[in-house]
Design a protein around this ligand. Structure first.
Ligand code: ADP
Ligand code: MG
Length: 240
């Protein structure tokens, strides 16, 4: 579903992505771990080419994403993204937040978009809040809306970049539950997270990054019990 080949990215002198090769199968859940500054967010942004890359190719479902233009915009909408900051539209209701892109970009009718939005809001256990505004919701609820909003575009892949890092601790679980549910349902997912419980429970693979490189790519069990690199052992020693 996702194939990165020979992807390189620099910020000035800093080589943030080094010869990244990564293939993610349909329905696969890949958790990306690594120290701060190792390039995890840049990798996520490279997958939908939000971040220009210096070399290499990015394919989604067998189609190479061009560097820019109309075709990129269309292909990019196949990739849903959820960030640490929920970025909901403050002056639109929850329902409007979820129907906006499907009506504007996918040209769905209002009725069709609303029906789908209500089903998705129910799915993330937020159906009752449809007519409220983002500020009336808790952080955990807002992040669940952000997930519903991304799903409303019927993406082929969902990227999550530290989706629970800005939440109060008691709200982390409700967001992780929604993500685990999506994973069980067969969604293809790339998840940058510090929630090791999610990595152990829901991931098919753990990709460990350090200094812009993929240092390990293994099962959660192998990664947590037998990390093969010094850098992964050092990282695990600090977080576990
Ligand atoms: P991570 O998500 O693993 O913490 P990032 O992908 O955000 O890492 O960043 C990787 C490196 O690139 C860091 O050293 C960061 O400071 C640098 N970086 C990220 N974005 C930019 C940018 N827009 N301009 C310059 N440097 C950046
Ligand atoms: Mg990051």
């Amino acid at each position: 579903m996702v194939r990165l080949a020979g992807v390189n990215k620099h910020f000035g002198e800093l080589h943030v992505l080094r010869e990244i090769d990564l293939e993610i199968g349909r329905g696969e859940v890949v958790v990306v771990l690594g120290p701060s500054g190792s390039g995890k967010s840049t990798l996520c942004r490279a997958i939908n080419r939000l971040e220009p890359i210096d070399s290499g190719t990015v394919e989604i479902d067998g189609t190479e994403l061009p560097a820019e233009g109309k075709e990129l915009a269309a292909l990019r909408s196949d990739v849903g993204m959820v960030f640490q900051q929920f970025n909901l539209f403050a002056h639109k209701t929850i329902l409007e937040n979820v129907t906006l892109a499907p009506t504007k970009v996918r040209k769905k009718s209002k009725g069709e978009a609303e029906e789908r939005a209500r089903a998705l809001l129910d799915r993330v256990n937020i159906g009752e809040q449809a007519n409220k505004y983002p500020a009336q919701l808790s952080g955990g609820q807002q992040q669940r809306v952000a997930i519903a909003r991304a799903l409303a575009m019927d993406p082929k892949v969902m990227l999550f970049d530290e989706p629970t890092s800005a939440l109060d601790p008691e709200m982390v679980g409700e967001v992780i539950e929604v993500m685990a549910d999506l994973a069980r349902d067969g969604m293809t997912m790339v998840v940058v997270t510090h929630e090791m419980g999610f990595a152990r429970r829901a991931a098919h693979r753990v990709v460990f990054m350090a200094d812009g490189e993929i240092v390990e790519d293994s099962t959660p069990d192998a990664f947590f019990s037998r990390p093969s690199s010094e850098r992964a052992r050092d990282f695990l020693g600090k977080i576990l």
